[in-house]
Design a protein around this ligand. Structure first.
Ligand code: NAD
Length: 321
């Protein structure tokens, strides 16, 4: 039987890929998004909305507004199978510029959406969290049971706070399924343009230098969007009841120096590197233990870094601007 989902942030990078996956299996998707022009241009979100509308117009709708708007949350969560809360302010560095806004959108926005979902009697509330909750103090590979109480940025603090709000509010509705998916640096076609990989590969393909932070030893667990969407769908279909965090990561971190070599191979171009200090809030390493997602959601990542980078090069060559 097909389902109807209320998806916040459904025209963003991860959100529009998830919208398409749900629409392609016959589900109906209602999106709430504010089409903000930060941290990347609004026109990309408009483009995603238009394409999805063309592909699946009868089952896809978008409302423009903020996740903290209670009236919108109540109206859009009425009668749906579940709420998939992906909207949020993403990005570590800008969170130091406007920490209060990060708290408003990421924490208050999550509380508003969850309360509306509870009032509407939804059986599922999925929350998009982040590997950043682990900070630098968590032993690696990071497991979901780690306390995660030393965030390195206001962004990380907002995601961890939102998780705690979800966990505490689930006491009211213990039968509800509330998977909290901790994404590890997601990349792939239509990645946010300010993120590493897309911004690097654009420069490499144009023969321009890239800026590498630190000495290249920083490690990241890069995870391809196809794997993330499969993980989201697995959580939507199979997550057990209760508020439960899951790592969605490749489980195979690489150093920035290794990433640069792999990008050079994928683009078939040499890379010129300029160095800059590590920005405030960036963690030394991310590395997911993915045992729980494997055991409880039947999920494991499939896309190898070389293949994933090839998919980005292919996309950038088709969509040069
Ligand atoms: N991309 C990653 O590597 C990554 C890693 C960890 C966690 N996440 C989380 O996953 C989610 C999606 O990330 P993304 O990379 O697709 O980012 P994105 O910026 O492309 O998507 C977020 C969407 O939320 C919308 N939004 C922002 N503020 C809003 C508000 N106040 N009201 C309504 N809509 C609002 C944006 O317009 C955007 O379309 C975010 O919550 C992010 O924090 C992403």
């Amino acid at each position: 039987m097909s389902s109807t989902w209320f998806l916040t942030g459904g025209v963003g990078f991860i959100g529009h890929h998830l919208s398409r996956a749900l629409l392609q299996r016959g589900d109906t998707v209602r999106v709430l998004d504010d089409f903000s022009n930060e941290p990347y241009p609004e026109r990309l979100k408009r483009r995603h909305a238009e394409v999805l509308q063309k592909e699946h117009g009868d089952r896809f709708s978008v409302e423009e507004g903020c996740v903290t708007n209670r009236e919108l949350a109540a109206r859009l969560s009425a009668g749906v199978t579940g709420v998939l809360h992906l909207a949020g302010l993403a990005g570590v560095r800008p969170s130091f510029v406007d920490p209060a806004r990060y708290q408003d959108v990421n924490v208050e926005g999550t509380a508003v959406q969850l309360q509306a979902a509870q009032n509407a009697g939804c059986s599922l509330f999925l929350f998009a969290s982040s590997s950043s909750v682990y900070g630098n103090a968590t032993p690696l590979p990071a497991t979901e049971d780690a306390p995660a109480i030393v965030p390195e940025s206001p962004y990380a603090a907002s995601k961890r706070s939102a998780e705690l709000v979800v966990s505490s509010m689930l006491r009211k509705t213990p039968e509800m399924r509330a998977p909290m998916l901790r994404f590890f640096t997601v990349y792939g076609p239509w990645q946010r343009p300010e993120m590493a990989i897309t911004s690097f590969l654009r420069k490499i393909l144009a023969g321009r230098p890239i800026t590498m932070f630190g000495d290249g030893s920083m490690r990241r667990d890069f995870t391809h969007i196809e794997d993330i969407v499969r993980g989201l769908v697995a959580a939507i279909d199979q997550a057990p009841k209760g508020a439960r965090p899951y790592n969605l990561g490749s489980g195979a971190p690489v150093t920035l120096a290794e990433l640069v070599d792999a990008m050079s191979r994928a683009a078939n171009r040499p890379v010129t590197i300029e160095r800059a200090p590590v920005p405030l809030g960036d963690v030394d390493a991310t590395f997911a233990d993915i045992t729980r997602a494997r055991e409880e959601l039947g999920w494991s990542p499939r896309v190898k870094l070389d293949d994933g980078l090839a998919s980005v090069v292919d996309w950038l060559q088709r969509e040069p601007s």
